[in-house]
Design a protein around this ligand. Structure first.
Ligand SMILES: [Zn+2]
Length: 136
């Protein structure tokens, strides 16, 4: 992922709004616009990264919310995410952090985070083992 303003490679991005455009930028460039995502530097050292979301996560959030009969305001209180941000997530304009996504999954009993993040270790091991077998 790269900062859409200065091109610096970034591990975590800030979704900001600048003159009506939404950009994912680095920490430094985030100060040039209004930060939309909930990533806040002031919250200290807590590391927040964006979740690896499934395609159509917004629809899943909306369906989950409707199934539970929650309004945006009600869900907002349960997951500690502002209604406006939740709406943006349902419209897939705003991407939840892993933490937020996990909370939404828990509260709405849905699945929106891909489990890929755990797979690489398994794959690495299998590949290494396969290579060893092939070489010898
Ligand atoms: Zn930047």
């Amino acid at each position: 992922m790269y900062c859409e303003m200065c091109g610096t490679p970034i591990e975590k991005g800030y979704l900001i709004e600048v003159e009506g455009a939404r950009l994912t930028v680095c920490e430094r460039c985030a100060e040039r616009g209004t930060v939309i995502s909930s990533v806040k530097r002031k919250e200290g050292s807590r590391k927040e990264t964006y979740a690896n979301l499934v395609i159509g996560f917004g629809e899943r959030i909306r369906e989950g919310r409707k199934r539970k009969g929650y309004s945006l305001e009600e869900l907002s209180k349960l997951v500690s995410i502002p209604p406006k941000v939740l709406k943006g997530m349902e419209e897939e304009r705003i991407y939840p952090t892993i933490e937020q996504a996990r909370k939404l999954e828990e509260v709405l009993e849905i699945s929106i985070v891909e489990e890929e993040e755990y797979v690489p270790h398994k794959n690495d091991f299998t590949l290494t083992l396969g290579d060893v077998v092939r070489v010898r």
